[in-house]
Design a protein around this ligand. Structure first.
Ligand code: SAM
Length: 285
């Protein structure tokens, strides 16, 4: 990597960091190395990088992977990466595009193994990107991602805590999560207003499995639609939306031994799955 600091490099390129695109560039190569090392790449794998920016992670990914596909939305940064940092390097493919529009399944068809994913994420797209990774998890082997500490806490939080929500349930269903390390704002230029955390995600085969994952999402979202309300006032109330009568749903709660006087936020991932499967079987839709 060029040892030039992001500030000086951006000035030379005539650019300013764009807040709207979450441009907080890593200052220290050893932090970038820690993120890349956490992927434990085999040397032949394909890794997809979200938001390469000035290439802080990309240079280390290029050394450790067989191929890097780097998705950068900012045309000026994509141009810099293509022409200055990785000219004529067939191993590093810089795509000027929105990561949220990237087709992971299609990309994995051209790779020998499922894809690894890396990124110091632009914070604005963290949640939609995580939903995208859940959808595309069959194409992935693992991901190491830096995100806002607050979002990391939400992903990791257990039932009954204030951070536990739709994203926690669904991500914990689809992936095994590990918290690796945190970084304060001083590690970036410009410094963000929040702390950051690096997580590793590995797709998992959940037991019990939801027979219909789209239905699982709907059930979880309905249960959390009003956090303070009980399951009686959220799911039972919305029974017709699931092709059931309120009585059907009360019977399901009885069979599963879940008290509908509880709030949705107290249900564990497995209970949401059991509930979804029972709703799926009874539904007249
Ligand atoms: N990887 C670099 C680093 O660690 O220094 C830059 C990280 S910076 C937090 C996020 C990068 O993602 C920026 O380069 C930004 O332009 C890019 N970006 C923002 N939104 C994006 C999107 N929707 N798709 C792809 N890249 C995006």
């Amino acid at each position: 990597m060029s040892s030039t600091s992001p500030k000086i490099l951006l000035r030379r390129l005539g650019l300013r960091p764009r807040k709207a695109w979450g441009q907080n560039f890593l200052l220290h190569p050893h932090q970038a190395q820690r993120i890349v090392a956490a992927l434990d790449l085999s040397g032949t794998e394909t890794v997809v990088e979200i938001g390469p920016g000035l290439g802080a992670l990309t240079v280390f990914l290029a050394r450790a992977a067989g191929k890097v596909v780097a998705l950068e939305r900012d045309p000026a940064l994509a141009q810099f990466l293509k022409t200055e940092l990785f000219p004529d390097n067939p191993q590093v493919q810089i795509l000027e595009q929105d990561a949220l529009a990237f087709d992971f399944q299609e990309c994995s068809r051209h790779a020998e193994k499922p894809l690894a994913v890396a990124g110091n994420l632009p914070y604005q797209i963290t949640s939609p990107l995580l939903f995208k990774l859940m959808e595309g998890k069959a194409a992935l082997s693992r991901a190491v991602l830096m995100m806002q500490q607050e979002v990391g806490d939400r992903l990791l939080s257990p039932p009954g805590t204030k951070d536990y929500g739709v994203l926690s349930v669904l991500i914990q269903y689809h992936f095994a999560l590990e918290r690796l390390f945190s970084l304060g704002p001083g590690n970036f230029y410009p410094p963000p207003q929040v702390d950051s955390v690096v997580l590793r995600l590995r797709p998992r085969a959940p037991v019990p499995a939801a027979r219909d994952e789209a239905l699982l999402s709907r059930v979880v979202k309905a249960a959390f639609a009003h956090r303070r309300k009980t399951l009686n006032n959220t799911l039972v109330h919305q029974a017709p939306a699931f092709g059931l009568t309120p009585e059907d749903l009360r019977q399901i709660f009885l069979t599963l031994q879940i008290d509908p006087g509880r709030r949705g936020e107290t249900l564990g991932v497995d209970q949401f799955v059991e509930l979804t499967n029972a709703i799926g079987v009874s539904s007249k839709q």
